[in-house]
Design a protein around this ligand. Structure first.
Ligand SMILES: Cc1ncc(COP(=O)(O)O)c(C=O)c1O
Length: 350
């Protein structure tokens, strides 16, 4: 759900990509993004496009043709990362787990010691399954073999702690339409000094002109024209981040956690079982299993038509097996949870 004041902010006058007012907004956006990412990285920028554009920027810049990319694969978006790596002509190696499970240190370390990749990629909050990966498990194992770590924080940023610097993540990207409660269209991305050194040492040019990170940095830091930014999307992002700063990160994360716990308690009271183990659940994407004999599509259709509530279904390995209930931004509160549980009960009985 987009915050009402975010819609209002988008009505400000559109200005050009080199307007001092735009750079003023962009600088403030970048400073607020550093706080939400939990980083001091100077290279914290906004890439045009949705979350996938952030993913493509991370892969296209840091995964060189001929290099080796190791992907921790336990869901749909890890598969997208793998495919992007292949399209950069990298050798992609994968450690696979069933959808909904997470990786532990021993297996991560063993895999990376064996493969010795140049770059490692994982999904922090895997939206397709509801599983939350502890980043330190991956970063510790990756840094032992001197690999860069790319983290997909598309679903986590703004809803739970990402802690890029403390977790040792080298490159993280996200979107605007999930934990930041804004419309889709921009991809925040941050890269560590270590990642930027690797980029500087790269032997081949970045294949995607539009997503060349050094050129994006020249635009945001050097004020050198790169592309015509959509200023309403920046006004929206600025307002979304301003609201987050006003609420306070800890308070916001706790609000998401508390809403998640009350949703899970309600679902379990109704007899549903969560797909992901309690210690590894994403607070803002909840995945109860579809009870035996229930048609998930029928339930979801009924929820939209009767209650105007849109939840998602499982896909891939989890098709027809789980519901995916988003609970984030202004909706992450006890009242929304109570309203949802009543509607969901009604839909399951219908
Ligand atoms: C974990 C994850 N990564 C990447 C993406 C792709 O983002 P977008 O659809 O904004 O391009 C999504 C979208 O839901 C996602 O959940």
């Amino acid at each position: 759900m987009v915050e009402p004041s975010v819609y209002e902010a988008m009505g400000q006058p559109v200005v050009g990509p080199l307007d001092p007012y735009f750079f003023d907004v962009a600088d403030r956006v970048r400073a607020m993004l550093r706080a939400v990412f939990g980083t001091r990285n100077q290279v914290t920028v906004v890439v045009p496009g949705t979350g996938s554009s952030g993913m493509e920027t991370a892969v296209a810049n840091f995964v060189e043709p001929g290099s080796k990319l190791a992907v921790f694969a336990n869901g749909y978006f890890a598969d997208r990362l793998s495919e992007m790596g292949r399209r950069q002509d990298a050798t992609v190696v994968r450690l696979e787990k069933p959808w909904g499970e997470v990786f532990h240190y021993g297996e991560a370390a063993e895999f990376l010691q064996r493969e010795k990749p140049d770059v490692v990629a994982f999904v922090h909050a895997e939206t397709s399954t509801g599983a939350l990966q502890d980043p330190r498990v991956i970063t510790r194992a990756a840094h032992n073999v001197d690999a860069l770590v790319i983290a997909d924080t598309v679903t986590s940023l703004g809803a739970l702690a990402v802690n890029v610097d403390d977790a040792g993540i080298d490159v993280a990207y996200s979107c605007t339409q999930k934990g930041l409660s804004c419309p889709p269209g921009l991809a925040p991305l941050t890269a560590s000094p270590r990642a930027m050194e690797r980029l500087a040492a790269r032997k081949t040019p970045i294949r995607h002109w539009y997503l060349d990170l050094k050129m994006l940095v020249d635009y945001f830091d050097g004020r050198k024209y790169h592309h015509t930014v959509s200023t309403p999307l920046y006004y929206a992002l600025h307002e979304g981040l301003r609201l987050i700063a006003g609420e306070g990160l800890e308070k916001r994360f706790e609000r998401h956690r508390a809403s998640h716990l009350s949703l899970v308690a309600g679902l379990e009271r109704m007899g549903l079982q969560m797909h992901v183990a309690a210690a590894h659940r994403i607070p803002n994407v909840n995945t109860p299993r579809v009870p035996a004999g229930v048609d998930d599509l029928k339930v979801r259709k009924y929820l939209v038509e009767k209650h105007r509530i849109d939840i998602a279904g499982g896909f891939g390995e989890l098709s027809g097996k789980v519901f995916r209930i988003g609970l984030m931004g202004p909706l992450a509160n006890r009242e929304s949870v109570a309203m949802f549980l009543d509607a969901f009960q009604d839909a399951l009985r219908a």
